[in-house]
Design a protein around this ligand. Structure first.
Ligand SMILES: NCc1[nH]cc(CCC(=O)O)c1CC(=O)O
Length: 393
């Protein structure tokens, strides 16, 4: 992000108070909401810093709120996120506060945001994406002999609560076992490191570890070409939720959003929205901008380094170049890993509408290849499991 001195303040179309008159500093602070975890608070500070660089004369205040999903550590995630609860579990309180004006924006991991937001709330911007990949973190007991999924001892137990992660790995590594591991990133690492830990390794998002300054725990980066794993829709990107009618805050956020990340992530979310029937869909994606004038393949957001304080070390948010195309890969896998459907599509994406159309077309391509049958079966199994848990079956 631009530093405070070098940032170019474009003339906003609405009046964003930002001049260095004494009046502007008297405006109430912009209230930034976030969850209470260390990672959530680092992410909120990152957004605050980017806003400060663009609008140095405004004041900001971070409100870290304990979410329902953080309080309940017992109920299995799959169950907590069923039906009615799906939308409010992590963000319900924060959204209520935003609607009441007690907050002006909420910083979210885009991955955790439902594809449909409550009425009168909207995504104000999507910030430059961190590394979107999943990673393998091997137990310290094994790191000297195991550097990858392929070299883990047969029968090893991998900690992950994500059916997307487990299903993709079952497909390629049928001898591995999987078990739930819950809690924030620090808790999961502690469970892996414990003397009596049942886990040989866990799977985490690179983005969270890097933002926490714990990138040194990464044993293997996973991708289609390494380990055969595609990431979750929106993984690695931060999204800012706002009141739809708050023109001032939206205008401010336009300064810190990323065109590249926004188009790639909105394509991913349009795909998910097209496929889901009320339940979360275990789908892996990989999006990448390729070609154009630079002529080199780059990630969605070229590798950006974060310091231990979570601040971006290097500025990196170039516009999309002429001729650059979005490569969009997907996989849908049955829970047991025995059935799978994959697609790859490459297209010029010159607007958000283009991006969303591409996402919908990718969904069609997946359905044509039979992904709907895999998803239908998963939804049936989930509903059955939920009924059983509630004692109605
Ligand atoms: N499901 C929890 C969650 N939500 C976002 C991240 C990581 C950061 C990100 O994707 O932006 C994580 C942790 C993880 O999956 O390892």
């Amino acid at each position: 992000m631009a530093s405070a001195t070098s940032s170019t303040l474009k003339t906003p179309s609405v009046s964003v108070p930002q001049t260095s008159t004494s009046a502007s500093t008297n405006f109430p602070p912009i209230k930034i909401g976030t969850r209470r975890s260390t990672l959530a608070q680092i992410q909120a500070r990152l957004v605050e810093k980017n806003l400060k660089d663009a609008y140095p004369d405004r004041k900001y205040a971070i409100h870290a709120i304990l979410a329902q999903g953080d309080k309940d550590k017992v109920t299995p995630l799959q169950q907590l996120s069923m039906g009615e609860n799906a939308k409010s579990l992590w963000t319900g309180e924060l959204e209520d506060m935003l609607l009441k004006g007690e907050l002006d924006m909420i910083v979210h991991c885009l991955k955790d945001m439902p594809t449909q937001l409550p009425p009168s709330l909207a995504i104000g911007c999507i910030c430059p994406r961190e590394d979107p990949r999943d990673v393998l973190v091997v137990s310290p007991r094994l790191t000297s002999i195991c550097k990858s999924l392929a070299t883990l001892p047969e029968g090893s137990t991998i900690g992950t609560s994500s059916i997307r992660r487990a299903a993709q790995l079952r497909r390629l590594y049928p001898t591995l076992k999987f078990a739930d591991v819950r809690g924030n990133v620090g808790t999961r690492l502690a469970k892996l490191d414990a003397e009596d830990s049942p886990f040989a390794a866990i799977i985490l998002a690179a983005a969270g570890l890097k933002r926490l300054g714990m990138g040194d725990r990464i044993t293997q980066y996973l991708s289609k070409d390494s380990g055969g794993m595609l990431y979750a829709v929106g993984q690695g990107a931060l999204a800012i939720e706002v009141r739809e009618d708050d023109a001032v805050v939206k205008e401010m956020l336009a300064e810190i959003g990323s065109e590249r990340t926004t188009r790639a992530c909105l394509a991913e979310r349009a795909l998910l929205r097209s496929l889901e029937g009320g339940c979360s869909v275990p789908i892996g994606v990989e999006t990448e901008w390729k070609g154009g004038k630079r002529g080199v393949a780059t990630g969605v957001e070229p590798a950006k380094e974060y310091g231990k304080d979570g601040k971006a070390i290097e500025e990196q948010d170039e516009e999309i170049k002429d001729g650059e195309e979005l490569v969009f890969r997907t996989i849908v896998v049955s829970v047991d890993g025995t059935e799978s459907v994959e697609t790859e599509m490459t297209r010029m994406v010159t607007s958000i509408a283009d991006a969303e159309a591409m996402g919908r077309d990718v969904a069609k391509a997946l359905v044509e290849k039979g992904a709907d049958k895999i998803l239908e079966k998963i939804n049936q199994e989930k509903q059955w499991a939920a009924k059983k848990a509630l004692g109605t079956n």
